[in-house]
Design a protein around this ligand. Sequence first.
Ligand SMILES: O=c1ccn([C@H]2C[C@H](O)[C@@H](COP(=O)(O)OP(=O)(O)OP(=O)(O)O)O2)c(=O)[nH]1
Length: 149
Amino acid sequence: MKTIDIKIIDPRMQDQLPAYATPGSAGLDLRACIDAPLTIEAGQTVLIPTGLAIHLADPGYAAMILPRSGMGHKNGIVLGNLVGLIDSDYQGQLMVSTWNRGASAFTLNPMERLAQLIIVPVLQVGFKVVEEFGDSERGTGGFGSTGKN
Ligand SMILES: O=c1ccn([C@H]2C[C@H](O)[C@@H](COP(=O)(O)OP(=O)(O)OP(=O)(O)O)O2)c(=O)[nH]1
């Protein structure tokens, strides 16, 4: 397993570092490092600190912040940026743009599990400008070009 540098910004995170819940888990839960319960009104977006910073350091990796399925489906708590992309050279605190897309207010409690972090491989590319691409089966067809659905 790869090891990543992590800084504990909020001491409350000291004894609850993100960990995989099961051997097959992809995501690491991120907690709301807030001092008091916070009511997020329907439609409101707030930036929530996680109390942690990571430094991936290797441009071959990125981290992504994703919603937790239960929070999103049951409570309407998703991400204001839909997905948070964490660059390999980012060293600041991980922040969760928290959007209540639901129809009623939601109260977020201190240290509640709010979102999840995944680490993904990334391929950085360079570009070579061409006039024509080589043939491909699809060509320029997209947006449902292969059938009704
Ligand atoms: O949900 C998020 C998204 C981003 N970030 C941090 C890590 C990321 O590396 C940095 C910059 O993010 P991004 O490049 O998406 O932001 P931007 O709006 O393009 O601003 P910038 O000019 O800082 O790149 O902010 C978070 O903590 N949480």
